[in-house]
Design a protein around this ligand. Structure first.
Ligand code: UDX
Length: 436
């Protein structure tokens, strides 16, 4: 199929490359000329395992092209809208400028029978509003097809998603739209991926409620970690035991410094704002608590570090292992790790942070921090070491080897991933979050 993808950020760049990989003829569009040039050269503008290879092979096949000119979408039968919906400055609500702009830009280039497919995470009600606009100005249809990809697994999640959700118009048009989307996702459909066909509002809500649920699960276990801390209980063991109940499940029950990134934080805030607009603020008021519990973990970590330094962080060397909001990503948007590093620096500590992928992004935002590419250099002479992002390289550090480098053997495990026994055996004071 001939497919266009409007917006080549995280979502769009991966989607365009993967659609070409699946055999479609794809044109990716973005207003950022630098980004388009780098994608056209086969260079991923961000760190994502597997994306460079997918880009290179799709470009070589001739099925993937990039352009800054929206007119290049002409001739495509399906147009994916994958632009960002960031949090508005000083508000909870999502900024819809880019989605509205993309739809307006597309309208003059649409032909009868084309399908516009929204993938961005939007406030519920957006698809119905945009469908009206598309119908008023063209003979095209609109579908809403939310994306559930996780950074670090984006290529896999796009090629082989765990489910497909199609928000379609009512009646015969809905059936036509469903068939077109089945053609786009033919390989996933053929391999038995569950497909949920729904109205627009349900499709939009699936996305925000999935993220709200995941965020709630993480804040739930972090709340338990706070209780564990004052009772001597071990939140990791608690999570293991809870996880054996198939109704609960072990995933997303890792306590620590909490969630960040470009999705969970802003999506729960956007959901709160939208529910309030709809007069149902009380229905999701608990998400404010979820957000508050999450942000509190960052303060807790800073306090644990300060306590470990006997209340005197000034000019003490703090090695922060990790800056990205999670491993296998260079994304520092709303990253708990970066936030903690910045706050410790604010208290006068000599913070030296390290990360396998995110230093450049972190430095751009916070040049006042100290950085080192080499974890052993970051750790050298440290008064305290903080594990903030659970990159495999950090989890694999040898407590005996790094023990010889530091000034004081204190390690604070912000992700509860280190083996406390072997660190203690090597003479370290090990402090987890909600672990005795
Ligand atoms: C998330 C959703 O998982 C994905 O489906 C959606 O499409 C976009 O948002 P992502 O932002 O890539 O994906 O990150 P995710 O893997 O969900 O992790 C989010 C944050 O939660 C990270 O900061 C991670 O460290 C934290 N987390 C995750 C925990 O603190 N504990 C856990 O048990 C799991």
């Amino acid at each position: 199929m001939k497919i266009s993808v409007i917006g080549c950020g995280y979502l769009g760049a991966v989607h365009a490359a993967c659609m070409a990989q699946l055999g479609h003829d794809v044109i990716g569009i973005d207003v950022d000329a630098n980004r388009i040039e780098s994608l056209a050269r086969g260079e991923a503008p961000f760190f994502e395992p597997g994306l460079p290879e997918t880009l290179t092979s799709s470009l070589a096949s001739g099925r993937l092209r990039f352009s800054t000119d929206l007119a290049a979408v002409r001739g495509s039968a399906v147009h994916f809208v994958a632009v960002g919906t960031p949090q508005r400055k000083g508000e909870n609500a999502a900024d819809m400028t880019y989605v509205d702009g993309a739809i307006d830009g597309l309208l003059p280039h649409l032909s009868d029978g084309d399908l516009v497919v929204g993938k961005s995470t939007v406030p519920v009600g957006t698809a119905a509003r945009l469908a009206k606009r598309v119908a008023e100005h063209s003979g095209a249809q609109l579908a809403w097809n939310p994306e559930f990809l996780r950074e670090g697994f984006a290529v896999k999640d796009t090629i082989a998603p765990d489910r497909l959700v199609y928000g379609v118009p009512d009646g015969d048009a809905g059936e036509m739209v469903r068939q077109l989307l089945d053609e786009v996702y033919a390989s996933a459909v053929a391999s038995g991926t569950p497909v949920v066909v729904a109205d627009y509002a349900t499709a939009e809500l699936v996305k925000v409620s999935a993220n709200a649920f995941l965020a709630t699960k993480i804040s739930f276990i972090n709340a338990m970690a706070e209780i564990a801390e004052v009772t001597g209980a071990d939140v990791s063991k608690l999570a293991d035991a809870l996880g054996f109940d198939a109704r609960i499940g072990r995933r997303f029950l890792n306590a620590g410094i909490g969630f960040g990134g470009g999705c969970l934080p802003k999506d729960i805030r956007g959901f709160i704002a939208r529910a309030e607009e709809l007069g149902r603020g009380e229905s999701v008021a608990f998400l404010k608590e979820v957000d508050a519990i999450n942000l509190r973990q960052r303060d807790r970590m800073v306090q644990i570090v300060v306590d470990a330094l006997n209340g005197e962080p000034f000019q003490k060397k703090v090695a922060v292992l990790g800056l990205a909001f999670k491993p296998n990503s260079d994304d520092v948007r709303d990253s708990p790790a970066l936030d903690i590093a910045v706050n410790l620096r604010g208290l006068g500590a000599n913070v030296v942070a390290t990360d396998p992928a995110a230093i450049a992004n972190a430095r751009r935002l916070h040049p006042q921090l100290g950085f080192s590419d080499d974890p052993l250099e970051a750790i050298r002479d440290a008064d305290v070491v903080v594990l903030a992002t659970e990159w495999a390289d950090f989890v694999a550090l040898d407590p005996i080897e790094v023990g010889a480098l530091v000034r004081t053997r204190t390690i604070i495990d912000g992700r509860n991933v280190l083996d406390a026994v072997s660190w203690r055996a090597a003479g370290w004071t090990y402090i987890g979050m909600g672990r005795p």
